[in-house]
Design a protein around this ligand. Structure first.
Ligand code: SF4
Ligand code: SF4
Length: 158
């Protein structure tokens, strides 16, 4: 035998859900309205509209870069420490010799498609010759395009 209270229960539950939904909607609208009247509180960035002014966080790691000075020189001595520090073979430091027979950097090959952005190479370099860039728009259709010669293409990734 069905009690009278049980017959009304589904209706009450539905009504309760409607009321809760409406209260939830009001709470959401209150938050939206709060940001509307206090836009300085907004932390969300309007990307890509803000592309020109976008500042990435200090600790953001986009990819490896080898900074060059105004003369096009870099600080890499081709010691190979970063190559050994890299856990997955992302870096290859190819050496050559200059006219005086001194070992110098030939090619600094960086395979971005393998890089885990762990920063171990940057931390291991005793000369501060490599840094992590801030660019994040690095998607390409061809995987081959993710291999860079950092010492001969300064700023290519920037
Ligand atoms: S980037 Fe630094 S650690 Fe790597 S080969 Fe050059 S000088 Fe050595
Ligand atoms: S960030 Fe890590 S994975 Fe990438 S090149 Fe440096 S050591 Fe290798």
């Amino acid at each position: 035998m069905i009690k009278q209270n049980d017959q009304h229960r589904p209706c009450c539950a539905y009504l309760s859900k409607c009321i809760n939904g409406f209260i939830s909607l009001l709470k959401g609208m209150a938050v939206t309205f709060g940001y509307f009247i206090s836009p300085k509180k907004i932390v969300t960035q309007q990307y890509p509209e803000n592309r020109e002014t976008l500042q990435m966080m200090e600790r953001f790691r986009g990819h490896l870069l080898m900074p060059h000075d105004d003369k096009g020189d870099h600080s890499c001595t081709a010691c190979g420490i970063c190559e050994k520090a890299c856990p997955n073979g992302t870096i290859s430091v190819l050496t050559t010799k200059d006219i005086s027979g001194r070992k110098v950097l030939g090619q600094y090959i960086y395979r971005f498609s393998q890089c885990t952005l762990c920063n171990l190479c940057v931390e291991s370099c005793p000369f501060g010759a490599i840094v992590m860039g801030k660019n994040f728009e690095l998607a390409v259709y061809d995987r081959e395009k993710l291999t860079f010669i950092l010492n001969t293409s300064p700023g290519e990734l920037e």
